[in-house]
Design a binder for this molecule. Structure first.
Ligand SMILES: [Zn+2]
Length: 253
């Protein structure tokens, strides 16, 4: 096993996974560790979803919600998802991919390359537009800031207003810098090759038919899980989109 292609990848990823799990580990009061720690993100604000427990229910159950919403700031909506639902969905997807690999590896490889191409083009387009917008706004804010400084020097605005505006501009500048940096990073990381798809297939092959989720399994094959806000239908149904981004290959359906 030592010198096979798959073993080499496994070693590489294994190291990363161990580090990731260690850095993402948050021990809870009851000593339980969260297998999804660090993996679940809000589709709208990008913050991590926080874990909570409903103890009012006869049988207490776990759930996730956007941590930006949970801070009392109401800056983002709830993005509520039950732990058991999320668990079941993610497990079923991993089982699906495992079966695909077992059935016809070649076909899966082709499928992955095809989807990741389409996905990549769409994402690149979106990121480029967002980046352009952020850069433009950044230069506007820089201009406004300079103008305000002039006004203040010339005594056209009060110290109080200067401080207030200066805080506002600076916080927007920080947010924009952050956004520009993140977008640039994501665009750099989006360069994918056949090799990436092969690497991912090798990873999936190594998980024996998954019957339960562990932090190790999740961190090995999954990069992040993005949870969208649920949409309530007029008939009372609740629909929620969950995107799984896999290591090396990104989002596939
Ligand atoms: Zn959010």
């Amino acid at each position: 096993m030592e010198n096979t292609h798959e073993a080499i990848i496994a070693k590489d990823v294994f190291q990363q996974v161990q580090e990731q799990i260690a850095s993402r580990k948050r021990s809870r009061k009851d000593g339980q560790t969260q297998i999804f720690a660090g993996l679940i993100k809000c589709a709208d604000c990008g913050w991590s979803l926080a874990y909570g427990e409903n103890r009012q229910n006869k049988t207490p159950y776990g759930y996730y919600h956007c941590s930006k919403n949970g801070q009392g700031t109401k800056q983002c909506s709830m993005h509520y998802i039950r732990y058991d639902l999320l668990y079941g969905y993610v497990l079923s997807r991993l089982q699906h991919w495992y079966e695909q690999v077992q059935q016809d590896e070649e076909r899966l490889l082709k499928q992955l390359l095809n989807t990741s191409d389409k996905e990549r083009i769409a994402t690149k387009k979106k990121h480029t537009a967002e980046l352009r917008k952020a850069v433009k706004r950044k230069s506007e804010v820089d201009g406004l800031f300079a103008k305000m400084y002039e006004d203040w020097s010339a005594g056209r605005i009060t110290e109080y207003n200067f401080n207030m505006l200066s805080e506002r501009y600076q916080s927007e500048q920080r947010e924009l810098d952050d956004k520009i940096r993140k977008l640039t990073e994501e665009m750099d990381a989006a360069v994918q090759t056949t090799q990436d798809a092969e690497k991912w297939i090798a990873l999936i092959k190594q998980c024996s038919h998954p019957s339960e989720l562990t932090a190790e399994l999740l961190n090995t094959v999954i990069e992040k899980i993005v949870v969208h806000e649920a949409v309530k239908g007029t008939d009372g149904t609740r629909k929620q989109k969950v995107d799984i981004y896999y290591r090396f290959i990104g989002k596939i359906d």
